[in-house]
Design a protein around this ligand. Sequence first.
Ligand code: SAH
Ligand code: SF4
Length: 360
Amino acid sequence: MPVELLGKSAAELRALAASLGEPAYRGAQIYHALYAERRFELAAMSNLPVAFRARLAAEASVALPRIAKRFHSTDGSIRYLLALECIAPAAGERPTDIEAVYMPEEGRQTICISTQAGCPVNCHFCLTAQLGLVRNLTAGEIVGQVLVALEDNRAKLAPQTNVVLMGQGEPLLNYEPVMETVRLLLDPGGVGLSAKHVTLSTSGVVPGMDRLAQEKVRPKLAVSLNASSDEQRNAIMPINRKYPLGALLEACRRYPLRPWERLTFEYVLLAGFNDQPEDARRVAKLVANLRAKVNLIPWNPCELPYQAPAPERIEEFRRILTEKGVPAFVRYSRGQDIMAACGQLALLETPTPARVAQPS
Ligand code: SAH
Ligand code: SF4
């Protein structure tokens, strides 16, 4: 089996070069080629001596996720169906499929990546949950999604790249590979993104949040609140029985924010369930005294028994939070017409009209 290079740190690549009888700095050159220059053909790494290139090509591989399909939204975003062949499937077995979404905007692009194939958390309003957990992804498979999306759009990239770990999966339940990825993304000598531009979203895995708090290099943190009471959260997010609101908000309070940083709470608005004025007032109380903002995400329609909220409810919810001193923003997801919006990533080939129906 060739050794897989994608996902390896600079130190690991230096050790690999040394183990192949080369000076360690050759490993640093490979690191730069992979993550900073996005050059993936080992035989074409012209900064390496010819003999070493040949040896590498024989003994190592760079398994970028393969683009199996692109879905183009009318809003310019692209959903990628990616086939992962990094872990060679057994004979007759299909490679694992995952999804990533590329969203161009004025002056920047945002790439939404998956951290697991499927998700074990089982939030009732989320279509990804229907897949269950297929498997954890490796660091190479996670960072590979960013590289592949950047590469596929190389000619039209804006200066700034944002990455959100908000695709399939619960990032804090695949902790080490996720953190290895974050280090590659945030390393100025690697992919070179700013910590201000990388956001990890969690359904509220408290031990993972505490662990993240200890990291020297870490992304911004978003917490999927989604409910205004334990009773309500229990009904849509089974994880709340393990880490109820009290414990979750305690973890938020002890989370060490950097001077420039605010915590983000995400709140999916489900019509008639958690979108009432009293919910907004309870949310304001829950997050009081935290340096935080709330992103309101109107539920994206899919074949699950929920309804998108009415525009007046969304606006009133936002107004109440703002009046109570909690910065609140409405985040309309992009790519609804291609099943690329929050909570819609479930490997679906084509959206049915029912799935993309707008609220009346
Ligand atoms: N698993 C992580 C990150 C991925 S989900 C988490 O749950 O935080 C990203 C966001 O999409 C979460 O805030 C989640 O609550 C939200 N979401 C899930 N299904 C949705 C849907 N159908 N409509 C709108 N948002 C949804
Ligand atoms: Fe998993 Fe997040 Fe979907 Fe919940 S909302 S099932 S944690 S992907």
